[in-house]
Ligand binder design. Structure first.
Ligand SMILES: [Zn+2]
Length: 451
């Protein structure tokens, strides 16, 4: 297989340095990193061995971002229920709309969310929703850990979810050989009961998957769990066995120090979602304390109904500012630490040591940012620029496993920028058709209620 070299770019390396040089890719893996500052005007050598060389001068190459908590299909409900607190937001704005969704709607929303993330440099996502919609991630050429929400519902639902997870993962491993796997999931302690959790944990002894869950997002949820079970959500869920194979818990705004100790001990990462927590008025997760107590802290956007975009640069920016302000200390969370939360810590949360960093032997998952922008000039302290000045729109190319899955250096139209992704060409029409279907159904329901 002929290789690919991204030449003369600024490379953000895991030892917290930036070097200018060449990133050599063989197949789906980073094969070499060679510092080679040829200066701004020197020509990039074109080898005659069939290797493709792309000149990346004035570009920053950083590891693909890992979004550890998202609900991609909620692009259908972008911004719905603004101004409501979590319990009313779920019950008044989200659940009634979700009750109207069809499989096709969810697929259209997930494809759109997946494309939005790729265009913003996110190469791997942990996504949670209450449908079987994993195909959307496969069709858009990304890595994903998809979870079908476990919560109390129709009889047999738990068995269906477990069977789907087992069959999908087997098919993915043996036949597709792709990288979209299903993890274990419950929505939360408050939408399940103890029997459900223990049965799911027992079924997971065969599946052996990490748990994706919402935990201690609001004070009320945290306190209600204490009343119901005499333990915090983290302690209760650990006790049910759902975290026996580790996991990643979104939000954790009201987690205690004991929760953090338990999380560090049991390989449970905390996924920080600053935008969503602020928009829903849930509070500010104590991630500084969590890190002090040894918890791996990753970042997530949450769904676009509570965010309202899937821009991981914005999450980095907000996380950095928020915790400096809360601590009255600008030294809290250096830019490098924040970048790690969005990359290598995210990989670790998902139990992976093969993505999340530009390092030899890791998968070639990366994004390329054009530094020739007004707001990125002068580009002196690149780690600082990534966290405090960049946004998703600065990404010009995104690569997953050595393949460019997004490249707008030849044009912005989805069919051009997502060349090779057949669903991209029709994605917008399908999203808008789904949004219209939902709105028509809502209108019909309102009319029926009135008459
Ligand atoms: Zn969520």
């Amino acid at each position: 297989m002929n290789g690919l070299t991204l030449a003369n770019g600024h490379l953000l390396l895991p030892d917290r340095t930036v070097v200018t040089g060449d990133l050599v890719i063989a197949g789906d893996t980073i094969a070499a990193i060679r510092p080679a500052d040829r200066g701004r005007s020197a020509a990039v050598p074109q080898p005659d061995d069939g290797t493709t060389v792309i000149d990346c001068r004035d570009r920053l190459i950083l590891p693909g971002l890992v979004n550890c908590h998202c609900h991609a299909p909620m692009t259908l409900l972008r911004g719905a229920g603004g101004g409501l607190p979590l319990d009313r937001w779920l019950r008044e704005a989200i659940f009634p709309r979700e009750a109207l969704l069809t499989d096709d709607d969810v697929h259209a929303g997930a494809v759109w969310g997946a494309l939005e993330m790729l265009a913003g440099g996110t190469t791997c996502v942990a996504d949670m929703y209450e449908w079987h919609y994993q195909h959307a991630f496969l069709e858009t050429g990304r890595r994903a850990r998809v979870t079908t929400v476990g919560r109390l519902g129709a009889p047999g639902r738990l068995q269906d979810c477990c069977a789907a997870t087992r069959d999908w993962n087997r098919w993915m491993r043996d036949e597709v050989k792709g990288d979209v796997y299903m993890d274990l999931c419950i929505h939360s302690e408050y939408l399940t009961d103890e029997r459900f959790c223990r049965e799911l944990a027992a079924a997971n002894r065969e599946l052996k998957r990490r748990l994706h869950v919402h935990v201690s997002e609001t004070k009320r949820e945290h306190d209600d769990c204490l009343t119901r079970h005499g333990r915090t959500p983290i302690a209760y869920l650990v006790d049910t066995g759902l975290f026996d194979y580790g996991g990643y818990a979104a939000h954790g705004v009201w987690c205690t120090d004991d929760d953090f100790r338990l999380m560090a001990e049991r390989d449970i990462s905390l996924v920080h979602n600053p935008t969503s927590n602020l928009k829903l008025g849930s509070g500010i997760a104590r991630i500084r304390r969590a890190r002090e107590l040894g918890v791996n802290v990753a970042l997530g956007t949450d769904g676009p109904a509570s965010n309202d975009n899937l821009d991981m640069f914005e999450e980095m920016h907000l996380a950095s500012l928020l915790h400096k302000g809360v601590a009255h200390d600008p030294t809290v969370l250096t830019p490098w630490e924040v970048i790690e939360m969005a990359t290598v810590n995210g990989a670790r949360a998902l139990g992976r040591d093969d993505i999340g960093a530009l390092a030899v032997g890791r998968k070639a998952d990366l994004c390329v940012v054009d530094l020739d922008r007004l707001h990125l000039t002068p580009a002196d302290d690149l780690a600082n620029l990534v966290v405090h000045a960049m946004h998703a729109g600065d990404v010009v190319q995104t690569m997953v496993g050595g393949q460019f899955v997004y490249d707008r250096t030849h044009g912005d139209a989805p069919a051009v920028a997502f060349d090779g992704c057949p669903v991209a060409a029709t994605a917008k029409a399908e999203l808008l058709a789904a949004v219209k279907r939902i709105s028509d159904k809502q209108q019909q329901l309102n009319n029926t209620t009135k008459t």
